[in-house]
Design a protein around this ligand. Structure first.
Ligand code: CUA
Length: 347
């Protein structure tokens, strides 16, 4: 499949989206922690920055001082200079180098210990009883999300948007379907690689409600930059209401246009990749669309979820996200509107 270069307008809107996402309420920021795990990482970051910043300033000041001093020396004694310093200078140099070496070792040791303490703290939830477990599987280029439960009736599949209850530790069990991806929601946790045929775990907890943006942090191919995920942290009752409604199969359409849209979806090749629970569509190679209409974004949040964007995405996915694996399906113009309305109605 040949990739077309991204159109300037798409590029500009993507950059704008990234900037706005970054600014609006710090939805994606490693220095605006929204939970204990990210808080530890943030503290460690500021600690490192303070110490290393001080070291940088001291080294630069010493270098500047040395340069100006040497300059004076050359002017004063241009002829008597030799490569060997006089004995008293030699002693002083030895002392300075010794002190600098000891200071370096001590500083590195302090950084090492603080890093280990942070790492140990990150594992504090590992003994949680009855944790919420969410399986996140990276695909080129979207996120498959499955809420695990010992009761199969309570297992929920969705994609590209994760809801979590505030104040409850959540275990993310990550893996990958194809290449190595990395799950990173900076406000909640550090990066964790998702590796094919391996499970990696991390714990997240949000201490206040919010909507946090995450993205893939490991180069995974052409559309690595368009692989983002929203994490919506909400109060427990609100989360439970969301969860219960997502567990339901898609509502059977009663409106004639929506009924037609459902038939369009089921008649085209959409069903080979997508599942809509409550219909015969049971494809497993693309995002579950059962409650697609409730999601904020489409194409792994490349675009906001709107009727117009959805139309553009279905008609020509390669112009929106070059190289992606969504099939380009020649949808009959008469079929497009009912299809769009049906997909948007999946609430
Ligand atoms: Cu997935 Cu980068």
């Amino acid at each position: 499949m040949t990739a077309e270069p991204m159109k300037p307008a798409t590029l500009v809107s993507t950059i704008l989206l990234l900037v706005l996402n970054g600014c609006a309420g710090h939805q994606q920021s490693a220095v605006d922690a929204a939970g204990p795990q990210a808080g530890r990482i943030e503290t460690l970051f500021w600690f490192f920055l303070a110490i290393l910043g001080a070291v940088f300033i001291i080294v630069m000041a010493a270098a500047a001082w040395t340069l100006t001093k040497r300059h004076r020396g050359i002017e004063q004694e241009p002829l008597e200079r030799t490569h060997l310093p006089p004995p008293q200078t030699e002693t002083r140099l030895t002392r300075v180098v010794t002190i600098a070496t000891i200071a370096t070792v001590v500083i590195l040791f302090v950084l090492l210990v603080s890093s280990i303490v942070t790492g140990k703290g990150m594992a504090e939830f590992a003994n949680s009883k009855n944790p919420m477990v969410i399986e996140v599987t990276g695909w080129q280029w979207w996120w498959q999300v499955r809420y695990q439960n010992s009761d199969p009736q309570q297992v929920l599949d969705t994609a590209n948007e994760i809801h979590i209850p505030v104040g409850r530790p959540v275990m993310i069990r990550g893996t990958s379907q194809d290449v190595i991806h990395s799950f990173w929601v900076p406000n909640l946790h550090g990066k964790r690689d998702l590796i094919p045929s391996r499970i990696t775990t991390e714990w997240i907890e949000a201490d206040h409600p919010g909507v946090f943006r995450g993205q893939c942090a490991e180069f995974c191919g052409l559309q690595h930059a368009h692989m983002s995920v929203w994490v919506v942290a909400e109060p427990g009752d609100k989360f439970q209401a969301w969860f219960n409604s997502q567990l339901q199969p898609a509502p059977a359409p009663t409106d004639p246009v929506l009924q037609r849209g459902q038939q369009v979806f089921l008649n085209y090749a959409c069903v080979y990749c997508h599942t809509i629970r409550g219909t015969t569509a049971a494809g497993q190679n693309g995002p579950d669309l059962t409650h697609f209409g409730t999601r904020q974004g489409l194409a792994a949040n490349t675009l906001p979820n709107s009727m117009g964007n959805l139309g553009g995405w279905i008609v020509n996915p390669q112009s929106v996200k070059p190289g992606n694996h969504m099939a380009t399906i020649a949808v009959n113009p008469d079929d497009l509107q009912p299809l769009l309305q049906y997909l948007q109605s999946l609430k």
